[in-house]
Design a protein around this ligand. Structure first.
Ligand code: GLC
Length: 540
């Protein structure tokens, strides 16, 4: 079903798919994915049934952080292709009912962006104020704020006697949103992409743009909502433009504001409260603990109820920064297929716009590499910091296996052949050996594959209004193994039941009415009890 994308709200019936271009499909043998590669896989994506592609950054970049460090917002990174390739991709995708959603990195630029090269030249330079500077001396930083990737958030420029602020790597200087000229330039740049025909934008760390470093404020600065409203008015003028902001700090009240139904700010945000549930309280993401299912249920319920009338949810379990979900909350051993389908069922039955991260629809898993095989700067910084702080190398490697971002970034597994059909050259990051049995070719040929299960979930969302509108009711909140909920409209009832454990669970406490029809399930035969990682969706 093709959606009318000129109207606000079309994304409420849509499913999006995230592509990490570096790892999707290489066509010229340099070991790095490219735009032509994405073009060559549009048939595959059309078959899956998605409505839009969130494309991780493809703009010109020194690639210190794989494109999240942009040096020219209006040009394409040559290893990915040309502007013509990009235009062709937008055009061909549109013909298949697929919108391209660009990744906008507006919190910071690359230190190689002409603005920053100018800004460094002197305090009087017109671009100086495009960035966040504070006076200091070599041995005295403005304050002791740290950066997300380790080390201080300040880097000294001796010629100026000043420090610039960077929430991420030193090669990612923060832009100064207090400067109206900078904001105008960003809005103009956004219009450039709207004119090229993109369908919307994913906004990188958008809650961090209004920082006030002097007060240690990074996320949710006092002018944040003002900036978002202005950007929405001036840059996202067409009502069909979909916007999704990445907001690590979002709680329900903030998300209600970000995604309020009047469309004044954003269509929706990525919130991360569910993602942090298996992290030791007060510690870093590397310090893991097992997921306690009732916590996940309460968290999802809070978001489902909180944004039901006021706002809109995005639904996701994976992205390019997160480990693979089957290796995390599922089982990447004997129940890999069952648990991949179960997790998808839990998520896709909810209200919101689901996002599938490349390879999730195949049940791709985490990987374990030698330290020197990893490419992500965050992994290498972590290793250096933690071993220096007294952790054993083995302890640090375990954290990397569990949470390292390269888990998600290994090349897409297309075939069982050499390099999984990703490249004819040397892949920039190793291909997972399990491509011998986890690959798209095998999945397409097998009607019971994870791929076809996702395809059916997407189809169901388009067939039954209850997926979009149904009110959420959590069942069995305290059950440590079973996640069950209802979605209800006047006309339809949807019941979703998921077994998060590798043991059989009783269904006795859930009443399935006689007239309920099994819409979808991940086991072929009927059974009374719930089998390991079993998932069912009933409709009546
Ligand atoms: C976001 C991106 C991540 C990137 C960071 C800095 O969190 O998803 O990949 O490293 O922002 O741009």
């Amino acid at each position: 079903m093709k959606l009318d994308k000129t109207k606000r709200g079309w994304w409420e019936s849509a499913v999006f798919y995230q592509i990490y271009p570096k790892s999707f499909q290489d066509t010229d043998g340099d070991g790095v994915g490219d735009l032509k590669g994405i073009l060559s896989r549009l048939d595959y994506l059309e078959k899956l049934g998605i409505d839009g592609i969130w494309l991780s950054p493809v703009c010109q970049s020194p690639q210190v952080d794989n494109g999240y460090d942009i040096s020219d917002y209006q040009d394409i990174y040559p290893v990915f292709g040309t502007m013509e390739d990009m235009e062709e991709l937008i055009r061909q995708a549109k013909m298949r009912g697929i919108s391209i959603i660009m990744d906008l990195v507006l919190n910071h630029s690359s230190d190689q962006h002409p603005w920053f090269l100018e800004a460094k030249k002197g305090r009087e330079n017109p671009y100086h104020d495009y960035y966040v500077w504070r006076d200091g001396t070599e041995d005295k930083m403005p304050n002791d704020m740290g950066s997300v990737f380790g080390g201080p958030a300040w880097t000294y420029v001796p010629e100026l006697g000043q420090y610039y602020f960077h929430q991420f790597a030193p090669q990612q200087p923060d832009l100064n949103w207090d400067n109206p000229k900078l904001r105008q330039e960003l809005y103009q740049m956004i219009r450039f992409w709207v004119d090229k025909g993109v369908g919307g934008f994913r906004l990188d760390v958008i809650d961090q743009i209004a920082k006030v470093p002097d007060e240690f404020i990074t996320a949710n600065g006092p002018r944040l909502h003002e900036f978002l409203e202005e950007m929405s008015r001036k840059a996202f003028c067409e009502e069909g433009i979909v916007t999704v902001g990445e907001a690590w700090s979002a709680d329900v009240p903030r998300a209600q504001k970000f995604s309020s139904r009047d469309g004044k700010q954003l269509s929706m945000v990525f919130q991360f409260q569910h993602i942090g549930l298996d992290q030791q309280p007060g510690k870093a993401k590397w310090d893991t603990m097992p997921l306690y299912l009732p916590d996940l249920k309460k968290c999802m319920e809070r978001w489902q109820l909180g944004l039901q009338e006021e706002g809109w949810n995005s639904l996701f379990l994976n992205n390019h920064d997160l480990p693979r979900i089957v290796s995390r909350w599922g089982n990447d051993g004997i129940y890999r297929v069952e648990s991949a389908k179960m997790l998808a069922t839990m998520l896709h039955g909810m209200q919101g716009t689901p996002y599938i991260y490349q390879g999730e629809e195949l049940g791709m898993t985490n990987i374990r590499l030698e330290l020197n095989q990893y490419r992500d700067l965050e992994i290498h910084n972590l290793y250096a910091e933690r071993t220096a702080a007294g952790y054993t190398p083995q302890e640090v490697m375990e954290s990397i296996y569990a949470r390292g971002r390269d888990n998600a970034r290994t090349p897409m597994q297309w075939t069982a052949g050499v390099n999984a059909g990703f490249t004819t050259g040397e892949p920039w990051l190793p291909v997972n050996d399990n491509h011998s049995f986890i690959n798209a070719e095998a999945a397409l040929a097998d009607p019971d594959s994870v791929f076809h299960y996702y395809r059916r979930l997407i189809e169901l969302r388009k067939t039954h209004e209850v997926f979009r509108k149904g009110k959420f009711v959590l069942l069995l909140p305290e059950d440590p193994n079973v996640f069950a909920y209802l979605r209800q409209t006047e006309e339809e009832n949807l019941l979703v039941i998921c077994n998060f454990s590798d043991k059989q669970q009783s269904l006795e406490e859930i009443c399935v009415p006689e007239n309920a029809k099994l819409l979808l399930g991940n086991y072929a035969e009927q059974s009374q009890a719930l089998r390991p990682y079993e998932a069912r969706m009933y409709l009546w």
